[in-house]
Ligand binder design. Sequence first.
Ligand code: BGC
Length: 974
Amino acid sequence: MPVPALRPYALRCDHRTTPLGIDEPAPLLSWRLASDLRGDAPAAYRVRVAERPEALAEGGRLLWDSGRVEDPSAIGAGYAGPALRPRTRYHWRVEVWSQAAAAGEESAGAVSWFETGMTVPSRSADRGGPDEPAWRASWITHDPNPIAVMDAPTEGELALDDHGLAPCPLLRRAFPGAAHPADSPAASPLVRARLYVSARGLYEVRLNGTRVGDAELAPGWTDYTRRVQYQTYDVTELVGPGENVLAATLADGWWSGFVGFEPRRAGAHYGTFPQFLAELHLTHADGSVRTVVTDDTWVTRTGAIRYADLLRGECHDLRQAVDGWESPGYDDDGWSPALVVDADHRLLVASVDEPVRAMAEIRPVSVTRVSPGTHLVDFGQNLAGRIRLRVDDLAAGARVVVRHAEVLDDKQRLYTANLRTAAATDVLIGDGRRHRTFEPRFTYHGFRYAEISGIPELRSDAVLAVALHSDTAWTGSFDCSDPDIRRLHACVEWGQRSNFVSVPTDCPQRDERLGWLADAQVFLPTAALNADVAAFFTKWLRDIDDARTPDGGFTNVAPRLAGVADEGAPGWADAGVVVPWHLYRTYGDPRFLSRALDGMRAWVALIHRHNPDLIWRHRVGPHFSDWLAPGVPTPREVIATAYFAHSTRLTALAAEALGHHDVAQEHHRLAAAIRAAFVARFVTTGDADGVERAADAGGTAPAGRTGRAETAEDTPRPAGQVRLAGDTQTGYLVALAFGLLPEHLADGAARRLAELVEAAGPALQTGFVGVALAAPVLDAYGRADLAHALLRRTEVPSWLFPLRHGATTIWERWDGWTPEGGFRAPAMNSFNHYALGSIGEWLYRGVAGVDQDADSVAYRRLRVRPRPGALGHASARYESARGTVAAAWRREGDRLTLRVQVPPGATAEVFVPTTDPRSVRELAAAPEEGAHSTLIDTGPGHARYQVASGSYHFTAAFSPAAPTSAGPQEEDTP
Ligand code: BGC
């Protein structure tokens, strides 16, 4: 039997690899596809689920069998078998049949598994079934009164802090473990141990002294008044014979620590003291299950961690360390009984994303002694995380203080003014013993530099930085000939790494670190190319949903935080619509839409209710406008109304995708009416006679981000002058990107946009809202040359200006620091904000050319249209939900080669850049291979091919001298 070329790989359950402890009753089982054959495409799939892996073999006892499903577009199937039981591992196998396979040819398959958590809520189909087994654990804690429990400073010491944070509670419980055959030959051996665990606060658990799992800052941030996540760990290998010990350390975290930008007392947001919940399930070979649960049999005290706070930092006093408390054999006489807080489990949910983990270790690029006992460490990279420091010979009571900063001032000292009230200071107090490693456990900082005092000679191998972020698998890579642009891409990536910490935050350093909706919304297209963010955003969409106001509004930040204005602003709250739509298009999972549709509709209805004339003036929240835009501000109503139209249209598309045609029609009609109102209210046209007229709304151009009609692109048409109220770049950008203008106005508006960009430098005059749209819109309207000019610009405002001045992440402001003005006002000047990094999307889609059609879902119909500009080469590779997508082009002399990879089942429209369209060839290895690529047409600057799946190699004449927008060829520079 021939080995099938088409094979599924990268099996996922709810967008995660072999997740442990899910509570989704109908998880999505998905796969990607690979094949060495051109034109390969799936014809059908079959998914089988069983409790035992052997049962997946033909004839085995299955729990669910989808049967053979003829669906050439499928890359996943929702589980539709009998109700899943809690705490159970399920094995699954997918088979895929190729369309190209000869009749009777075998399918190819792959296997994976998932495991359910403590409970699995009933699906609507299962209602009336048996009740879910409940948690038996109670929430326990050390001391419900955290204020002023800190020990008074001993003589000669400074008070550690005056913020009222309490020491971290330690909790322990001994229990008999796996029976050892030597002790009890008849005992049934332990076959499986699972720990289900959560905290109101942060936890770290050890079993017999060994750390359980590698999650940091667990259980992650949610609005704990609505939802508390728990995690599941396989601890089978950690349980031993005889006495075993479960040990937990708790910290305040987002639950009861300082959060957000108000220097509030701990506990002002969610809770006042950290609490812990755990169930350990020990399953024996005979089927018996023993449990160890948190209750009043646990004992507690405090130890070395005198406080730990996300903003303030962490203090370890080694003199108060309790040796051996996490292991068996320790005598916990004298510890207090844990206090049972309550047994409310209603808000507990299994976490749906991968946790924050320590993702990279970064060695210093320099360690400089700045004064006796004080060193400045430069890690060469701005990041979110903490340091790990080896300390030898720290006298009892002596302290090491670690302060953090993103940048240095002009005297080469830490610049910390922009951290506002975030002290970001970690302290280690010695106990006189040698060789200690200090690494804070319940805090993180945004920093590139650390100033470490209290160590006379700091060796550079004694310290490193540990980067922490949510573990989102990296799916994208980008490369090009310009080292500046390569570095820009790296800055964008590091902005993402530093700010995807349980939620997408605005910044990791100052007293803010909030899940601002607009920042995430504009950055999502970039983020979703860099990494697989499906699970990460599944979780955050729940945060957005939890945060919704009673009148149906989305908020500005999620998770919701008391004290931060709830009323959502244009472009911010609209993330509640934009984010699920983009995730659906990227990953093809309709649940992104079905879970969000009610919220989307309520949001549109709310704005409509407050603005019956369709110009969004009322209920605009704080209205941040085009946040941090230099130059003339864009009229707020323009941005607001543009977003109103955009959200309404996306709601219509979402309803359409879900088959709710009436809802779709209703929203399409409303969106058309808003567009017409936008044009009538904000657009004027001037003719040659100079007379200004209100524009005629007519039929609108498609949303311009990727969807403009192809043919007109390279042939500018004359049109009357088009002016938008305010006449700002961002005004034109939102109007064009969201398809608000009729075709006859869109070209004129695009021309005006280009004029404004050119007149400014060429430079942008946009803030967070406009910046993400600039390169894609200019490109869509035939001005990729201008997009390239913006990319290469090095003065303020530009992406490369910060890089020229040492940036390793994207700055919050175009001019966060300038040689003339120094630092901008410290009140708001982060050097690690990803919003302006939304250009990352165009590096993949424009420069390298990896894109999908405007109406393609999950990369089924690709559009490969590289924009060489003056670059010598560029390439991007992206692990899409369907399989690998790649484009790589290179100019050599007067030729250009373009290599393209299209995953099985997908097709691509490939625009080969050329100065002579007749010269373009596709280098098929054999004639039958050639059948999979067809020349469609040629236009100025390109030849357009339609190709099936597989790998393709095009060559074309590309003469530097010819009059194209490409400009002179740039030499490759290292
Ligand atoms: C944040 C931004 C956010 C904005 C709202 C700032 O403080 O850092 O990124 O979007 O507030 O205007």
